[in-house]
Write a protein that binds this ligand. Structure first.
Ligand SMILES: [Fe+2]
Length: 288
């Protein structure tokens, strides 16, 4: 079998270890994003950095059949510590092996003084932060030899120092650092609800040509705030926002993330069909 190329199109899923055997037993993707199953997978980079053995063998077996994206959670692009060179080299090593279409991480910080808090923490949206993050994105891209995509994380607090909207911050970041974006439509919905901003203004404010991938996920609505739990199907209101996102962005590779209460593989494939259907309606049938 010829290994698929290094581009993603259509509709994907986050690859979770409990689904390896289902993925390898599924029919191969039709290609071009017009199939009915899964067109590509995204892997959590840290799960496969500096590992070998069966996990890597499984990963490579999936890669022989599907294009992939790599998604990280530990880059700490806004953090105060210098970027971790060993981490970056390990990330590059994995990228060299699986040749992903997109390498992404989050607009956040994850710790300080060498301590990883394993959480995606919010940044003050200021000119100073923009300078700091843009310089670090350029440094990461120099090591990797390619652009990265930064994802909007869901947030639960804002800073009195904020002087930019998140969408203006991300837009300016793409200009200063020449980077791409991964737009998480659920995270836009969650943050808009929590902070009272207009989710549609966010969508209209980001440069469509920089958005290389879209995430969808489930959340938990606690009445006065929403938590980005990734433990449930995509909410109806997020599907509605996704429809609007596709109208603004055009066809864009889209995937569903599920990280807790992970259902059988077939359920996620069924849920993904909803994204395929809504995107086709929103774009008049153009391939993602
Ligand atoms: Fe996400």
């Amino acid at each position: 079998m010829t290994r698929p190329g290094d581009q993603i199109s259509g509709f994907g899923l986050g690859l979770r270890p409990q689904h390896f055997s289902d993925v390898l037993a599924a029919p191969p993707p039709a290609g071009g994003g017009d199939g009915a199953g899964v067109d590509w997978f995204e892997v959590i980079s840290e799960n496969f950095m500096a590992v070998g053995g069966r996990p890597m063998a499984n990963l490579m077996a999936v890669r022989e059949r599907y294009p992939m994206a790599m998604h990280g959670v530990s880059l700490s692009i806004g953090g105060p510590d210098p970027l971790d060179r060993d981490y970056l080299l390990s990330l590059k090593d994995l990228a060299d092996r699986i040749e992903p279409a997109v390498i992404s991480d989050h607009l956040c910080w994850t710790g300080a003084h060498g301590i990883n808090l394993h959480d995606l923490l919010p940044l003050p949206l200021t000119e100073e932060t923009l300078d700091h993050v843009a310089a670090r994105v350029r440094e990461v891209q120099d090591v990797l030899g390619r652009r990265i995509a930064l994802e909007n994380a869901s947030t639960y607090v804002t800073f009195t120092a904020d002087s930019l909207t998140e969408w203006d911050f991300l837009t300016e970041l793409t200009r200063r650092a020449d980077c791409d974006l991964l737009l998480d439509v659920n995270n836009i919905y969650v943050s808009a609800f929590n902070h009272g901003f207009d989710a549609e203004a966010y969508l209209a404010g980001v440069p469509a040509e920089r958005v290389k991938q879209v995430h969808l996920a489930g959340h938990e609505n606690n009445g006065d705030h929403i938590v980005d739990t990734h433990n449930a199907p995509v909410a109806d209101a997020v599907w509605e926002l996704y429809r609007k996102a596709v109208r603004h962005l055009g066809p864009v590779p889209t995937m569903i993330e599920r990280d807790a209460d992970i259902p059988p593989f077939a359920e996620l494939v069924d849920e993904l069909a909803m994204a395929r259907r809504l995107a086709a309606e929103a774009t008049g049938g153009a391939a993602a």
